[in-house]
Write a new protein. Structure first.
Length: 361
């Protein structure tokens, strides 16, 4: 079986692109990349063998050559990654897709191909059972035909006697010849299939050996790339730190520029104030004379203020005396009201007595 199937025999029925991985044969846990980048992954149908295969080629190297069987299962392990085990290749293949939709389409196609492979296997078993039944029938018919020929005599005797037994034997012999021809053709077909499978196994063994060698090579390259990647990360971190320092310096420069502009603005304002002060300095003599006159007026106002304060103190004393007199008057008025209330109560009692005396009379 050729790695890249000829289009006269196998035709692609579904094609997509994905990153291909294989399970690490030593640990059976880690994934080993089988391709540097996303490659074409296709389903192929072999009409001659009635089989389905998943094939992927990276340049001239075959990285996937997996025949689909009904026992296989495609498992989604994440939103963009899926895997299946191939017992014939003794490995597990993994595919990383650019999107979840492509993974879903690939999984659906895998299920369809698996069902088709199951139907093809069932049909093949039915054909094998039919062929075996024909062989058994032919094996059972051979002794009967021999017995018939011995019983009925030689060919000359059969020709002379004839009859229904001869026609029956002839039909049975024709059936036996057809069954033997079918069996021989099936045997040749199976021998061809076996030879092709042996050649395929030899090619697959060679491909596996090449894959193992390439895996070691890629492991070394991966380690070198990892070291280089670590170095580049360190350089990137250093550059990022330098960029951060540069950005901080730029921010400081911007702050200093803003501060310089503010100082220039303040300087201009101070110069304007200084100019105003100079103009005001020219009128200082006038202000001094005005200040002297204002001082005289202020002294006169202070004298008047002192007189007014004396008057205010006098008025406050009179007010306090007046308040004291009002307090005394209020006290006397209260006492008078109390006495008046007592007199009113006595008059009220006296009036009630007079009223009672008048009633008695």
């Amino acid at each position: 079986i050729s790695p890249v199937p000829p289009y006269s025999r196998e035709q692609p029925i579904f094609t997509t692109r994905a990153h291909v991985f294989q399970i690490d044969p030593s640990t059976k846990k880690n994934w080993v990349p089988a391709s540097k980048q996303a490659v074409t992954v296709s389903y192929f149908y072999d009409s001659t063998r009635n089989s389905y295969r998943i094939i992927s080629v990276d340049g001239a190297k075959v990285i996937i050559n997996s025949t689909i069987t009904p026992n296989m299962t495609f498992t989604k392990t994440s939103q963009k990654f899926g895997q299946w085990a191939d017992s014939r290749a003794n490995t597990v293949f993994g595919l990383g897709f650019p999107s979840e939709q492509q993974l879903t389409k690939f999984a659906e196609k895998f299920q369809e191909v698996k069902e088709a492979a199951k139907l093809a296997r069932d049909r093949s078993q039915e054909k094998i059972e039919t062929s075996s039944n024909h062989s058994q029938e032919s094996g059972r018919e051979t002794p009967s035909s021999t017995r018939a020929s011995s019983v009925n005599g030689t060919d000359d005797e059969k020709a002379s006697h004839g009859g229904p037994a001869e026609a029956h034997l002839k039909s049975e012999n024709d059936k036996l010849k057809i069954a033997l021809a079918q069996s021989s053709s099936n045997v040749k077909k199976w021998e061809t299939e076996l030879q092709s499978l042996r050649e395929s196994n030899a090619r697959l063994s060679t491909a596996l050996q090449e894959s193992a060698a390439s895996i070691e090579h890629w492991k070394k390259q991966f380690s070198a790339c990892k070291e280089e990647n670590d170095q580049l990360r360190g350089k990137i971190e250093e550059l990022e730190e330098q960029c951060n320092e540069i950005n901080k310096e730029k921010e400081r420069n911007a702050q200093l520029s803003r501060r310089l502009q503010e100082l220039e603005t303040e300087l201009q304002d101070k110069e304007l104030e200084l100019e105003e002060l100079r103009k005001q300095g020219e009128i200082i003599p006038e202000l001094m004379s005005e200040c002297e006159s204002v001082s005289e007026q202020l002294q006169a106002a202070e004298k008047k203020n002192k007189d007014l304060e004396e008057k205010v103190r006098t008025l406050r004393t009179e007010v306090e005396d007046s308040k004291h007199r009002q307090t005394n008057l209020k006290t006397e008025l209260k006492n008078f009201l109390d006495v008046l209330d007592g007199k009113i109560d006595e008059l009220h009692d006296f009036r009630q007595g007079l009223s009672k005396l008048g009633v008695d009379n």
